[in-house]
Design a binder for this molecule. Structure first.
Ligand SMILES: *Cc1c(COP(=O)(O)O)cnc(C)c1O
Length: 378
């Protein structure tokens, strides 16, 4: 089956023949009397509704295993838990705010070292520190859409005996499948495009490695953070329209990029591949589309508050991947925990506006942005 068909038919029907899975809310399951266990025992470990969602997720990412968590951060924390005291995690510079807090505050408390590298795609394998056991990258990155060469970083990580995890939230498996490029683990905040409607928090880790999958399931059962049956259902339903939503979102994004680039009151527009020709070539090689998150810098004397206050139906809100267009200021919001030096190192301008483009009529999105930019006119 091809991608769009997998989204709809990527899971087997439940035993009652329902075309959609039932929401099985039971916390516990009656067991045979002989002391053995059936497949389902207790909801934290196993749940049929979650299993249905996991089947579809594994299918679309081309993975043998999908392990679903209550949030994207729970998924990322479980991956970080694969490391031990004395190990080192290497990440690219521009990572999700929660991942930043985990890597710079929580991991060091457990005696796990962390290092940012801006040169991950070009670095020689031998120059990663010898204690590197995990490499975690986001490509395209949040919020400046920096592109990292997944295949190249996989080689670099493996040469050190480290695994590579790719946070694929922005691209989704519709546009980019890191496991096929050599990554060992793929992580999603399914809260975003996979769920797609801004009404569920969910995370998932995907892998072809049986041992890593066992370890992740053990961690979910032990640390908690399992995806609930109801949220599993919402995710299952949302997934069905991923391809059609993204087709429309990318079409709209193309229109918005064109519009912003035509404006004299916009200094710079950021989208995957916009930072250099080299990054554009890498993105074209490893992904099949621009996605629907972009960012831009208004001219220096534009009134940012006036812009945000005159966006009409576009809400000023963090998050992305839903059907509605949202605007946010990463330096003040999603990336507020970055130190000032790290904001600079990651190339995140203080007045950068991030746009998550929805599926509304493109003319209305452009009109709303035009009105807001006019209101912000110096
Ligand atoms: C939102 C997000 C996360 C965190 O996911 P939650 O579901 O909010 O916990 C992680 N990585 C990226 C790239 C995200 O956008």
């Amino acid at each position: 089956m091809r991608f769009s068909t997998q989204l709809i038919h990527g899971s087997t029907h439940s035993s009652d023949g329902g075309v959609m899975p039932a929401i099985q809310l039971s916390s516990t399951f009656a067991q045979p009397a002989d002391g053995t266990f059936d497949e389902f025992v207790y909801q934290r470990g196993h749940n049929p509704t979650r299993a249905s969602a996991e089947q579809v997720l594994a299918s679309i990412e081309g993975a043998r295993h999908a392990v679903a968590f209550a949030t994207g951060m729970a998924a990322i924390a479980a991956v970080a838990f694969l490391l031990r005291t004395g190990d080192r995690l290497v990440t690219n510079n521009s990572i999700y705010g929660g991942t930043y807090r985990l890597a710079t505050i929580e991991l060091p408390r457990q005696g796990i070292f962390h290092e940012f590298r801006s040169d991950l795609a070009t670095v020689e394998a031998g120059t990663l520190p010898a204690d590197t056991r995990g490499v975690l990258i986001e490509t395209p990155s949040n919020p400046i859409l920096e592109v990292t060469d997944i295949a190249r970083v996989a080689e670099t990580a493996h040469a050190r005996g480290a695994w590579l995890a790719v946070d694929n939230t922005f691209a989704t498996p519709y546009l980019q499948r890191p496991l096929e490029l050599g990554a060992d683990l793929v992580i999603h905040s399914a809260t975003k495009y996979l769920g797609g409607h801004g009404d569920v928090l969910a995370g998932v880790v995907l892998t072809n490695d049986d041992e890593l999958a066992d370890r992740l399931r053990f961690l979910r059962r032990t640390v908690g953070g399992a995806l609930s049956p109801f949220d599993s259902y919402s995710l299952f339903r949302g997934l069905k329209t991923l391809a059609v939503r993204l087709d429309r979102q990318q079409e709209n994004t193309g229109r918005v990029i064109e519009f912003l680039q035509s404006r004299e009151d916009v200094q710079r527009v950021y989208y995957p591949g916009s930072l250099s020709d080299e990054q554009a070539a890498i993105h074209a090689r490893q992904a099949s589309g621009v996605g629907a998150v972009i960012a831009f810098e208004p001219v220096e004397d534009a009134d940012l508050e006036a812009f945000l206050g005159n966006l009409g139906f576009i809400d000023h809100a963090v998050s992305l991947g839903g059907v509605e267009t949202l605007a946010s200021i990463p330096a003040r919001e999603t990336h507020a925990d970055y130190s000032e030096e790290h904001l600079l190192a990651a190339g995140i301008p203080p007045r950068l506006v991030r746009l998550a483009i929805g599926i509304e009529d493109a003319d209305d999105i452009v009109d709303a942005l035009r009105t807001a930019l006019e209101a912000a006119r110096p």
